[in-house]
Design a protein around this ligand. Structure first.
Ligand code: UDP
Length: 326
């Protein structure tokens, strides 16, 4: 039975990855210090094949038993979170990636890291192919995340080139599904939560900015196909259907049957104007493309958001949280 180590395994994407690895017969070591992850996401994963190790990977950490695959998914990922803990975000993308690469090297494990569409910044090439180098503000508020992920990519390629570590790089575009925290401030969680509370849906700017939303099961399938492939260079995994934020809000109103109104609020600094993956490479190399459209995906997470609204969970607005340095 292969052993997979998943950093950030108690997070949204990491926990879905743990589920799928277990389903495919792996033993899973979930490494997560619960800074933004949650035990709620892994409480159903008890048994001999699953273990949670609560450790902060920005310091060296060691696992004694053999590890075959390392999936490095630890990082705050929602703008609200990485603006709240900017230094931890920079450290997990640098020291955390370094330590995790060192672990993979020692175990001779295959290593896959979660990179992001944010490496393209506010893109001037549209849609974004992997060959695009991006348009990132290196000192803006989002830079703590974008540059950490870009540095992570550089580290991974260096470990591949100089130490011959067997690495993979996935660039993940906006992903949604159950376990997205209602309060994480992202567009789908905020608008679903607001719609189900009957509160105004907050649209930042005029809502003409675009995103392309991938349902979590499609995303995980693409990631696992990449981990089985022999491709060392980055691969975009995301849904290429592009929505304006206003169109997305209308879908959410339809799916929830909510009578909420739309309220326009200021656009956060450096908010990308457009984002859409070019997935030609994933289609060609992995035979992968997403199957679940936005309407279907929103319906699939309706019950999850209903339950979190019943527990009283609320959306978080960008302008209500100030960046803090601890
Ligand atoms: N957004 C919005 N209202 C919200 C939350 C987000 O209009 O309540 C917008 C945000 O300004 C951005 C888009 O939705 O243009 C996607 O934001 P998100 O935080 O989900 O992720 P991003 O793709 O920006 O990292």
């Amino acid at each position: 039975m292969p052993t997979s180590l998943v950093t950030g395994g108690a997070g949204f994407l990491g926990s879905h990855l743990c589920d799928e690895l277990l389903r495919r017969g792996h033993r899973v070591i979930c490494v997560d210090n619960l800074e933004t992850g949650s035990l709620n996401n892994i409480e159903h994963l008890r048994g001999d094949e699953f273990v949670h190790v609560n450790v902060d990977i920005i310091g060296p950490y060691f696992i004694d038993e053999p590890v075959d695959f390392v999936y490095h998914f630890a990082s705050p990922a929602s703008p609200i979170d990485y603006l709240r803990i900017p230094l931890q975000t920079l450290k997990v993308g640098s020291y955390g990636t370094h330590n995790t690469l060192g672990l993979a090297k020692r175990h001779r494990a295959r290593f896959l890291t979660a990179s992001t569409s944010e490496v393209y910044g506010d893109p001037q090439v549209h849609p974004q192919p992997e060959s695009y180098w991006g348009h990132v503000n290196p000192i803006g508020p989002r830079s703590v995340y974008d540059e950490a992920k870009r540095f992570s990519e550089a580290l991974v390629m260096a470990y591949h080139r100089y130490y011959k570590v067997d690495t993979r790089l996935v660039r993940i575009f906006n992903t949604y599904g159950p376990r997205l925290q209602s309060s994480d401030g992202r567009v789908i969680s905020n608008l679903m939560t607001q719609a189900l509370h009957g509160e105004d849906l907050t649209i930042y700017g005029d809502g003409s900015q675009t995103r392309s939303f991938c349902y979590v099961s499609d995303e995980v399938e693409g990631i696992l196909r990449l981990s089985r492939s022999e491709e060392h260079l980055p691969v975009n995994i995301g849904n290429p259907v592009e929505w304006t934020i206003l169109e997305c809000a209308r879908e959410i109103l339809e799916v929830t049957g909510s009578k909420s109104k739309i309220r326009f609020e200021p656009l956060p600094q450096d908010d990308p104007v457009q984002r859409r993956p070019d997935i030609t490479k994933a289609k060609r190399l992995l035979g992968w493309e997403p199957k679940i459209d936005l309407r279907t995906g929103l319906k699939l997470c309706l019950e999850y958001f209903r339950q979190s609204v019943e527990r009283g969970e609320k959306a978080t607005l960008a302008f209500s949280s100030q960046p803090q340095v601890r």
